[in-house]
Write a protein that binds this ligand. Sequence first.
Ligand code: NAD
Length: 488
Amino acid sequence: MEILNYINGEWVKPNVTEYVDVINPATGAVIAKTPLSTKADVEAAAKAASEAFVTWRRVPANDRVQYLFKLRNIMREHMEDIAKLITDECGKTFEESRAEMVRAVENVETACGIPHLSKGEFAEDIASGIDELMIRQPVGVCATIAPFNFPGMIPFWYLPYAVATGNTYVMKPSEKVPMTMQYIFKLIEQVGFPKGVINMVNGAKEAVDGILEHPAIRAITFVGSTNVARYIYSTAALHGKRVQAQGGAKNPVIVMPDADMETATKIIADSAFGCAGQRCLAVSLAITVAESRNEFTELICDAASSRTVGYGLESGIQMGPLINKASQQRVEQLIGLGANEGANVCVDGRGVKVKGYENGSFIRPTIISDVQPGSEIWKTEIFGPVLSLMHVNNIDDAIKLANSGVYGNQASLFTTSGNAARRFRYEVDAGNIGINIGVAAPMAFFPFSGWKDSFFGDMHGQGMDAVEFFTQKKVVVERWPKEWSRKF
Ligand code: NAD
């Protein structure tokens, strides 16, 4: 597949010399090449989006969402093909890719409610003959910078809300996985949005810097690692833009002794090893409380050892490879570091070769017990199928430990006690909370939250937060005294 930019309703080949290989992480084969677009390409996209904004913002919201209804239907029709592409460039299993697209479509469906969701407020007679109203208007040209791990879903936390509220838009997919958006933009083209309303620029740092600096781009959403999120947040703010930046994660799960241990283990294994652990809501740190330790450790080690690993388009495969060799080596090194720090690698997923896919970047599920607070393996976001185990004697210490890391994306608790559940929900410092849930992914009509170093900004993606983010409020106070009407 040739990777092109989509600017002003045209497919454009950027004038570049540098490309990044797109690799099928299961086979190791190069399946495409991402052009590293320059600031000149961002300039062309921003110009097209600025020009389109003049008329698009005047299209009634009801008419704007008609395009989204069409997009929703066409995305559903092509869901299987998109899911196959996601598996090929990203590595996750076909079922995981399909589930990702279901959530993407849900966001389009939620944004179809924008005529209602973005309507303003009105207060009559705040003083005699004086009314006050708040109207929401679009921000202008908006842009998204996306990560590799959900190439189909994450852009849809933003794109449908941005355009339905009257903004125009520039999308920058991850250079590691450009094919999914390339395909989806073919569908966007078929929907027939007016030229320049939705644009795409492929590339990496230079394209991102072009977006951050461009005066016409008024709002930026980012999802990726924490260091880059911090850079995006501060640089975009320095250039006077509205910005939200989702960062990395290290999600704790607490296992209480009264939990239904078999169910808990199954759900926790799915969370830790699903998408090969490359999910910002994956649990990566299990804290056992009191006598839950032995049973949970035994069950989770069995679950890790018995998972089938391979190419995600083959049947019966439960876990695919990591995104690339560099990632595989990094995760393997971190497991080694854990062992050097004195932790116990009780299920070791390093050095696996999958028959027929010897060039894939596979690693098997890994369990590391006796991880110490403050150690590197405890602190670092591993972003692979590695679950660390820690143990405490009571829920107080468990919540304290769960709150002691720098991230705050998700925290989960497994228990049959309503009291423990309430305490946990109340006291834990994370934006997404799971009670007997391993991946507490919010539906499209809730915000995708995140606290501490997992998020920089205030309003999040999805639902009403997205409506807030992509609109600016205008408050109007009007005086229409009764006496004036007598003049006619
Ligand atoms: P990444 O930070 O490497 O890249 C994300 C985007 O930023 C890409 O589009 C990339 O081109 C760009 N980028 C990378 N380095 C840059 C730089 N120095 N300057 C400017 N732009 C740069 O992230 P990734 O590896 O693609 O994704 C994995 C990370 O994303 C993990 O840390 C994961 O936790 C996080 N993530 C977070 C959430 C969330 O909701 N909090 C969701 C998904 C992924």
